[in-house]
Design a protein around this ligand. Structure first.
Ligand SMILES: C[S@@+](CC[C@H](N)C(=O)[O-])C[C@H]1O[C@@H](n2cnc3c(N)ncnc32)[C@H](O)[C@@H]1O
Length: 258
């Protein structure tokens, strides 16, 4: 099946409008407050970092951090107190991450950040119950990027989304192991594929029954609820998005035993 047929089937009522919005660039938003110089990002992305509810003193993991727009937001919320591990497996993207952190944050803001290059899907094997907060901004189908890149579009197949969904589930399960009981994970993607969004959360709830709660984030100014999360789609959100956000809370052991 080709790209258009696959997504037209997924969004029968609105694919035409959604498609034409995906061809345009999202409106840029300048994140300025507290930074050395503005950082431009899609305002929808900002919501994923805000939904993590980071406070000074927290131990935070940004599991897939590069190039680092959301890492900047998490660092601003820590305000130089606590720990932030900014991880990304790609070394070239980690170089960009280092540059973004250097150019936008003060030495004091950067002092609490450690950049690492691990596989986020294996994190729970090494560190369990360690983080108060984890942002899992997972690698995804990035349809907006694919549609605007003829070579990527030519390579696209539904298999890609299915393969990514397997990887996303592994990362979500690893994040669940790594977060403290009672701690919060934000699972986000910039994909419009339901396989990579609600269906990943559904699988986590099934496979980790009793160990986590999955809830819809509140207070996001644009978008719509889905079964397990919140979706910001450009056709109805002034060009912002796509962005899917879901909140995962690790159930404390006493509660999961009862
Ligand atoms: C959606 S992007 C992250 C965007 C970033 N959070 C931001 O706001 O700038 C996904 C990232 O995941 C990284 N990645 C892919 N597979 C990974 C893995 N197994 N472990 C850790 N990072 C991975 C990619 O290199 C990519 O930078």
């Amino acid at each position: 099946m080709n790209f258009h047929d696959w997504y037209a089937q997924m969004y029968p009522e609105r694919w035409e409008g959604l498609y034409s919005c995906l061809l345009d660039d999202p409106p840029g938003f300048a994140l300025r407050e507290g930074l050395q110089q503005p950082y431009y990002l899609d305002e929808a992305s900002l919501q994923a970092a805000l939904a993590l509810d980071v406070h000074p003193g927290h131990t935070v993991l940004d599991a897939c951090a590069a190039p680092g727009g959301k890492t900047l937001v998490l660092a601003l919320h820590l305000a130089g107190s606590g720990h932030l591990t900014a991880n990304d497996r790609s070394s070239s993207r980690r170089s960009r991450l280092h540059r973004v952190l250097r150019e936008h944050l003060t030495d004091e803001q950067r002092a609490v950040i450690k950049v690492t290059g691990h596989d986020a899907a294996r994190w729970g094997l090494y560190e369990q119950n360690r983080f108060d907060r984890i942002l899992l901004d997972a690698p995804c189908s990035s349809e907006r990027h694919v549609l605007n890149n003829p070579r990527e579009l030519a390579k696209w197949s539904p298999k890609r989304s299915r393969r990514l969904a397997v990887q996303q589930f592994a990362m979500a399960a690893a994040a669940l192991d790594a977060v403290k009981p009672g701690g919060r994970i934000i699972y986000s993607t910039c994909s419009i594929s339901m396989l990579e969004n609600d269906q990943v959360m559904e699988k986590l709830l099934k496979r980790r029954a009793g160990r986590c709660r999955v809830t819809v984030p509140s207070g996001i100014p644009w978008g719509e609820p889905t079964e397990y999360g919140w979706m910001i789609l450009p056709d109805q959100c002034g060009g912002r998005g796509p962005l899917y956000i879901s909140v995962i809370t690790k159930v404390p052991q006493e509660e999961s035993d009862s």
